[in-house]
Design a protein around this ligand. Structure first.
Ligand SMILES: [Zn+2]
Length: 276
């Protein structure tokens, strides 16, 4: 009875473990905006481009705009998207319980996490703005001068449960499986960099923000940029989720529950000891 139950535990364990790697991503791998404090908008210290801007001469149609809408400086924005994607780390310092703590998914007799791959992508933006102020100290119009987007794989870690005999047959199979998730994460990051570059270029070509002061106008540009790149970031999240699901199929779980029977037996014994 014990043996039979253990065999089922093992099979379910593999399912739970690999499901987790994919299921974890939406919750644990948010694409996070850098806190505002960390992305100070840089504003040219030197005098802005065309200073005094002619207030549109009042036709009859929109006289109020003449006071509140300075002309914007000409723009020729430079756009750069840089990404960092260091080699992911492989750790074997966590046991099943710790993997569950990390996943925040409770361990049950039927669910043991055997591996966990986490990935977190951070981004931050730097904008240099050109601005012009309406005469008489009126509002400011800012346009992007240069925009740099940094995309960083800030965390990318494969963790294999300590209970798996390290370096053995099952270890290598589980690691190969996790490396497929890693490849998805890295490919999605590269695709995201391409989409982001297109999105930023499209935005920068037409962006302008008006505010009572320079700081406000540049902050508005930052907010516009954040909104402009959100679809590309959402596409990255969707790509990751879709491709992780394509790896974690029932057939793959089934295969993994059958490979390396001797290591499976060792693992099984260790898991049973924890239940006692
Ligand atoms: Zn998986």
């Amino acid at each position: 009875m014990r043996g039979d139950g253990a065999a089922r535990v093992l099979s379910v364990a593999v399912v739970g473990a690999f499901l987790l790697a994919a299921a974890l991503l939406p919750a644990a791998a948010p694409v996070r905006a850098q806190p505002a404090a960390a992305t100070p908008p840089s504003v040219p210290a030197s005098p802005p481009a065309p200073p005094a801007v002619s207030v549109p001469r009042g036709g009859g149609t929109a006289p109020r705009q003449t006071a509140s809408a300075p002309a914007c400086p000409p723009r020729a924005p430079r756009v750069r998207v840089a990404f960092e994607d260091p080699e992911p780390r492989l750790l074997a310092d966590a046991d099943v319980d710790e993997l569950h703590n990390r996943s925040r998914e409770p361990r049950t007799p039927r669910l043991h996490h055997l591996a966990l791959t986490t990935s977190r992508v951070d981004w931050r933006s730097e904008i240099t703005a050109h601005y012009a102020r309406a005469p008489d100290g009126g509002p400011v119009c800012a346009v992007p001068g240069s925009v740099t987007l940094h995309l960083v794989h800030a965390e990318h870690v494969m963790r294999l449960a300590r209970e798996i005999p390290e370096g053995g047959c099952l270890w290598r199979e589980v690691l190969a499986h996790e490396r497929r998730h890693v490849a998805v994460n890295r490919r999605a990051l590269r695709n995201a960099a391409r989409r982001l570059e297109a999105a930023v270029e499209a935005w920068a070509a037409r962006a302008a923000a008006r505010a009572p002061d320079v700081e406000g106008a540049v902050a508005a540009l930052q907010e516009q940029l954040r909104r402009a790149i959100e679809p590309a970031l959402a596409a990255m999240r969707a790509e990751r989720e879709r491709e992780h699901r394509a790896i974690d199929t029932p057939a793959e779980y089934d295969r993994l529950s059958r490979v390396c029977p001797r290591d499976q037996a060792v693992l099984n014994e260790r898991l049973q000891q924890q239940e006692r």
